[in-house]
Design a protein around this ligand. Structure first.
Ligand code: NAD
Length: 288
């Protein structure tokens, strides 16, 4: 097989990540269809896209203020009919809720609705593509393509196949990532957490352990990391950017005593007081 060409892209789900993925691809000239489950949600998606056009301009994404943001809106088609949305798709990027049943159900439908040529990519953060591949009907054309939130700025694209993924499909997705303004991060084999979270989660957990165990305060932990490694931000500054609800939920789900202790600490000192991180102006630090 030669490397497939990707021109038409369909994004499933127009939530936080799906809307950004669709807009970023449209901004870089791909012909994009965004799918969601109802006309009501599609109406909300229009607002999300208009907002993203403004954010690209205010964040000074090159070209955004010179008409590229409006061009992107023109490259975007919306649909609430799955068959219609994927009818001529070279690549489908799936950003539906992080729930195995919803993902499997989505791929079962897609497997019959999408043309044979279509490559499927999941943006899942925590599921492995191997958990899903048997539902795609085309494991050789299935891969994980993982974006970071705020894709126009934090523009990594972690790319991870299963042992069934065709190398030409992998190469085509790498090219698509480059073509849509992203930095491809290629994994040689499957790993929960990809590269980024394999590094970041242990760091954040260690910081939480130092704080909750009473070993060091927030400022001391961050100062140590910044000065001794030259990193611009310490772990608690990173927590504030992520938003404290996500670590709270992950800590509870971990089922460990350390996780429970950190979740209780976050709830009492921050979440119950509405301090959720940079988004609310205050978290471990104040940004007012
Ligand atoms: P979200 O809840 O904001 O959006 C999900 C969207 O999917 C909604 O618009 C919803 O209407 C739609 N949806 C629900 N059921 C559907 C179905 N059956 N078919 C199609 N669409 C359906 O979620 P999100 O934060 O955008 O996350 C989506 C995916 O992206 C998840 O797999 C998540 O792990 C991943 N991800 C999220 C982030 C993040 O920071 N939020 C970062 C990287 C990856």
């Amino acid at each position: 097989m030669t490397m497939p060409t990707i021109k038409n892209v369909t994004v499933l789900g127009t939530g936080v990540l799906g809307s950004q993925i669709a807009f970023q691809a449209a901004f870089h000239g791909y012909s994009v269809t965004a799918y969601d489950i109802s006309d009501e949600i599609i109406e909300k998606a229009k607002e999300r896209f208009a907002k993203l056009a403004e954010i690209y301009k205010s964040d000074r994404v090159p070209g955004a203020a010179d008409g590229k943001a409006e061009e992107a809106l023109k490259n975007l088609r919306l649909s609430s009919d799955l068959g219609d949305a994927v009818t001529d798709a070279d690549l489908v990027i799936e950003a539906v809720p992080e729930n195995l049943e919803i993902k499997r159900d989505t791929y079962t439908k897609l497997s019959t609705l999408a043309p044979e040529k279509t490559i499927f990519a999941t943006n899942s953060s925590t599921l492995l593509p191997s958990d899903i591949k048997d539902f795609t009907g085309r494991p050789d054309r299935f891969i994980a393509l993982h974006y970071a939130n705020n894709v126009w700025r934090q523009n990594t694209a972690e790319i991870m196949g299963t042992s069934d993924t065709d190398p030409d499909v992998f190469a085509a997705v790498v090219e698509f990532a480059k073509g849509s303004g992203l930095v491809p991060i290629e994994l040689k084999k499957e790993k929960a957490g990809y590269v980024l979270n394999s590094l970041l989660v242990p760091l954040l957990n260690a910081a939480a352990g130092l704080l909750v165990g009473g070993y060091a305060d927030v400022e001391t932990v961050d100062k140590t990391w910044r000065i001794a490694t030259g990193a611009p931000l310490g772990p608690f500054q990173i927590f504030d950017i992520i938003g404290l609800t996500t670590p709270y939920n992950i800590s509870i789900a971990s089922g460990t005593p350390e996780g429970a202790a950190f979740a209780a600490y976050l709830k009492e000192n921050y979440i119950d007081k509405g301090k959720l991180g940079t988004a609310t102006g205050e978290g471990f630090y104040s940004y007012r």
